[in-house]
Design a protein. Sequence first.
Length: 216
Amino acid sequence: MGATRAVQPRPFGLGWWVVLVTLGGLLSLFAPAFGFLLAERLGTPPWLTYPTVALAGAVMGLVLGAAQAGALSGTAVAVPRAGWTLVTSAGAMVAWAVGMLPVTLEQLGEPLNLASRRVLAALLAGAVVLVIAVPALQWLLLRRVVRKAWLWIPLTVVAAATGLGIAWVARQVMDPATADGALTGSLAMAAVLALAFALVTGVGLRWLAGSPRRTD
């Protein structure tokens, strides 16, 4: 029998990344939205709403991570699907838990003392954790397949900020006066956010993919 020919990985596909990550990002946003809606409908106390939304954040990360790993599968910079999905889920849960903490404490009658330097320092540290939790954990896996993988962290932060900014502008042109207008505006904002995030991260990842660690 002849030697089995090794299957060569395909190049990173920007278009495929944008399609999958946009869809995954859009679908993932429904998880925390559903968590908030469920807590509101059930009238759960803040101490119960907090873990509910944090767990919904984990589901959000699970969906987004699976979409990203799927887009990278079979390429020269493929990451472990299960590992990438799990770390994305864990990072998203941490981010939502940190982000929800100040509001939850206020609802529990323990508002943060913004006059305290320690509280301000803690808020600053929490803000840093919130924005880098997901990409920092993803970096642990991405560094194994591309050089300069640390750039994924600021790239993801910029992508999220860009998406939020564009989505906010898009929201301003929607008519929120009616229920249909509010729903349309929310869906449009989510779609624009997901698309902008996918485009920015995709362009950056395409550049990073030009320096893979794998040479075989």
